[in-house]
Design a protein around this ligand. Structure first.
Ligand SMILES: NC(=O)C1=CN([C@@H]2O[C@H](COP(=O)(O)OP(=O)(O)OC[C@H]3O[C@@H](n4cnc5c(N)ncnc54)[C@H](O)[C@@H]3O)[C@@H](O)[C@H]2O)C=CC1
Ligand SMILES: O=C(O)CCC(=O)C(=O)O
Length: 468
């Protein structure tokens, strides 16, 4: 596995290749030839390599041990990458985010409005995971920062872990393992079951829930699911009309919903009371979805026969002991005293396959956004893309204009562009934000500077980038 180059080495490498930054405060959007080797246009035409309007280099901060595959992609672009294995405390994050153009995180780094307001050069955020609840998506959009995630690259890993946990709970594997590690032989079958013929209740039948449904049926389980949307049942699974119906009818309940206001503590004392006596609960979604003290009580009184928990209301920033007053401690201390409780450190999506696929997926979309402006797949932003300019298109530039979604913008923009030939143009909006991409020909470098200045000066401007 190659180790990311320190920034100083990268700078030297840029100097050798003549791509050295002259001004570190501006965004370079200069992809390397290798990127465009992979991006040929249909019909054998070659995509034109868009060069930066402003000189400088893209600086990317990657936190939380993002996979090597992403580092390789950014490395090929010649971006300056700073890579850290952990997330950062807020003050350090604010310091580091000040001058980066892109940031890559996983589930722990909180990109709040307070952090993002310091990110003056930030163009794009990559969540190298499914969940995006850790980012203030609205604040980011209003400030012209697109956010991308990886919607399904780790879904299978979570589904497989859940299958393993269903069997582990049913056979009390965690306890038998601990006992033998601690010197006790305890061969027992009482209250240990096969999973065949049991009912699995899935809350949230999205990418993970539906994949899990197929795997569970292959083990001979009956599958029920509850979702706020009407979703096609896979195999013999059945959608139920209410959470209560699912809780009443399931031997295992597993949660696969996102963190939202509606899912906060959706499993608390009343819902636990609705579960079957001796049922099991699995939470591999988000820590806020389950009321942990209520779960602890349900386990303590024997209402539930066991639980698996992968996610917690507040999780440690880095690997290692979480003691020293961490919020997790009181919960874990109580959970440790209970039978048949399996605790994992948020590893649902942590497999080599998932992390490598996520690195490639998010690395690629961030690169496309930085280099071409394509926002397809953004979770907080209008989704816009244009086919590339042809290699032989001289004197052309691409305008990326993020603006407030108010009447009169296009009139103003088209007025500014009216002296040039607009090759193609596309615009879309999402809530208060709109994004216009236009390829304009017949422009020289002075025209490009003027266009940029005029667009930035419009009253609706949030962010303007020009690529040529
Ligand atoms: N433990 C881990 O390492 C991982 C955890 N996750 C968590 O799992 C969650 C689910 O992931 P996916 O299946 O990919 O998401 P998804 O978006 O494909 O599916 C979520 C489903 O939940 C449903 N839903 C939303 N609110 C609901 C509610 N109040 N009641 C019932 N259903 C509701 C949605 O309609 C959707 O069908 C993620 O948002 C993430 O927080 C994801 C990956 C790894
Ligand atoms: O692997 C991670 O860091 C987070 C996984 C997760 O929870 C997600 O993908 O939403």
């Amino acid at each position: 596995m190659s180790i990311p180059q320190p920034i100083s080495n990268l700078t030297q490498a840029f100097e050798r290749t003549g791509l050295s930054p002259k001004n570190n405060n501006t965004v370079s959007t200069s992809p390397t030839a290798s990127y465009f080797e992979q991006h040929r246009l249909a019909g054998g035409r070659r995509a034109k390599t868009l060069k930066p309007f402003s000189t400088g280099d893209v600086k990317i901060l990657l936190l939380e041990n993002v996979n090597q595959t992403a580092l390789d992609i950014f490395g090929q672009q010649g971006y300056q990458v700073e890579f850290l294995k952990t997330s950062l405390p807020e003050e350090e994050l604010i310091e580091k985010i000040k001058d980066v153009h892109a940031i890559g995180i996983r589930s722990k780094t909180r990109l709040t409005a307070n952090v993002l307001k310091h990110a003056k050069n930030l163009v794009v955020i990559g969540c190298f995971c499914i969940g995006t609840n850790q980012v203030d998506l609205e604040y980011a959009a209003k400030n012209g920062i697109a956010v991308f995630n990886s919607p399904f690259s780790n879904s299978r890993s979570v589904a497989e872990l859940t299958i393993a946990e269903i069997i582990a709970l049913s056979r009390e594997l965690g306890d038998r393992n601990m006992e033998l590690h601690n010197g006790t032989w305890n061969k027992k079958s009482a209250r240990c079951w096969e999973v065949r013929g049991k009912t699995l209740g899935i809350v949230g039948y999205g990418h993970i829930g539906s994949q899990l449904s197929v795997l569970a049926e292959s083990l001979g389980m009956n599958v029920l699911y509850y979702d706020t949307l009407m979703i096609m049942s896979l195999g013999n699974s059945k959608q139920v009309g209410s959470l209560q119906e699912l809780l009443n009818s399931s031997d295992f309940v597993t949660l696969h919903v996102p963190e939202t206001a509606e899912t906060k503590q959706m499993i608390s004392t009343p819902q636990l009371a609705e579960m079957r006596d001796g049922a099991y609960l699995i939470n591999n979604s988000r820590g806020t979805v389950v009321d942990l003290p209520a779960l602890i009580e349900a386990l303590r009184i024997g209402k539930l026969a066991g639980a698996c928990i992968d996610v917690y209301p507040k999780e440690p920033r880095a690997n290692g002991p979480y003691f020293n007053g961490h919020e997790l401690l009181p919960f874990i201390d109580e959970l440790k005293t209970l039978k048949n409780v399996i605790l994992t450190p948020h590893i649902g999506g942590s497999t080599e396959e998932a992390q490598s696929a996520i690195g490639i997926e998010v690395g690629t979309v961030l690169t496309k956004y930085l280099n071409e402006g394509a926002s397809i797949g953004a979770v907080n932003f209008p989704e816009v893309s244009l086919r590339a300019l042809d290699l032989d298109q001289e004197n052309a530039c691409r305008i990326l204009y993020i603006h407030q979604n108010v009447p009169g913008v296009l009139k103003t923009v088209n007025q500014i562009l009216s002296d040039y030939n607009i090759e193609k143009q596309f615009s879309d909006s999402r809530g208060d934000i709109a994004y216009l991409m236009a390829d304009v020909s017949g422009v020289n470098s002075d025209d490009i500077k003027n266009l940029s200045a005029e667009l930035e000066a419009t009253a609706f401007n949030i962010s303007t980038r020009l690529l040529y």
